[in-house]
Design a protein around this ligand. Structure first.
Ligand SMILES: NC(=O)c1ccc[n+]([C@@H]2O[C@H](COP(=O)([O-])OP(=O)(O)OC[C@H]3O[C@@H](n4cnc5c(N)ncnc54)[C@H](OP(=O)(O)O)[C@@H]3O)[C@@H](O)[C@H]2O)c1
Length: 240
């Protein structure tokens, strides 16, 4: 059997680091997209799983960086079994329509959260078609759900919510194409995690990213595809 390979974006910390750790523990060769300068979490993993961990400099908002990362990946493997588009930023979480809105920052959020996953998927799509598992995972949010914004009477968070809604429709379009190549697609709301989206670890949140990564991977790797795209971290259907 061919060695299983995975590519995780935003692997420096939070959920991406959790995926990287869990996949290494499952025996995967992991290409970890590294964005920040503080790679302490990946340093620790390198000590125990060094030969199967490939750290690749990756800024998903930059065409050239994404292409360079894909070249690096291709140097080390001929197929990709699993792509996890995880990297994202929050931007300004506070402005309502009556506040000043930072449209430049919103464009940056869109570039990272919506265009980033598409750039990365395109850069390794050929490799994914040659994998044996053939799994494509996009990490969205409850913020991408129109129904959730309506139900909760949301009046803030334009940039982040719009970027995740765009990711959601992108995943539908991509999944249609991927399906023709027997690639199964998943779109997760990972839940509320003690990660670093606000700059420091959010201790108020209810889930540890490492546990969430394990739960998501159980749905993706251990069970048959549920037949719908948008789901909670536990694999239950989520409202669009
Ligand atoms: N935390 C939550 O409660 C929550 C809820 C719903 C959805 N999510 C989603 O879950 C995913 C993981 O987020 P998280 O909570 O683990 O957040 P996090 O701790 O902030 O991790 C995000 C990762 O993405 C990296 N990153 C940022 N900009 C990047 C870029 N341009 N290119 C490549 N990597 C970049 C970050 O690097 P640096 O650390 O160096 O900045 C970090 O490693 C995201 O898609 C997020 O939208 C999170």
């Amino acid at each position: 059997m061919k060695e299983q390979t995975a590519y995780v974006t935003g692997a420096d910390r939070g959920l991406g680091l959790g995926f990287t750790k869990a996949l290494l523990e499952r025996g995967f060769r992991v290409f970890a997209g590294e964005y920040g300068l503080d790679g302490a979490g990946l340093d620790t993993l390198a000590k125990t799983h060094g030969e199967r961990l490939h750290r690749i400099a990756l800024d998903v908002s930059c065409d050239r960086s994404v292409l360079r990362a894909a070249d690096k990946l291709r140097e080390h493997c001929e197929h990709l079994d699993l792509l996890i588009n995880n990297a994202a930023i929050l931007g300004d979480f506070t402005g309502s329509i009556t506040d000043p809105l930072d449209f430049t920052l919103m464009q940056e959020v869109y570039n990272v959260n919506s265009l980033g996953p598409l750039r990365v998927a395109q850069s390794v799509f050929g490799h994914l078609t040659r994998g044996s598992l053939k799994k494509l995972v996009n990490i969205s949010s409850e913020a991408g759900s129109m129904e959730q914004s309506r139900r909760t009477n949301r009046k803030l968070r334009y940039g982040y919510c719009m970027s995740k809604a765009a990711l959601n429709v992108q995943t539908v379009i991509l999944a249609n194409h991927a399906h023709e190549h027997d690639i199964e697609s998943y779109l997760f709301d990972p839940g509320w995690m003690r990660s670093f989206m606000h700059g420091t670890k959010n201790l108020k949140a209810t889930q540890e990213p490492d546990d969430t990564a394990q739960t998501i991977l159980a749905t993706v790797l251990d069970r048959p595809h549920p037949g719908y795209l948008y789901m909670t971290h536990e694999g239950q259907r989520y409202d669009w």
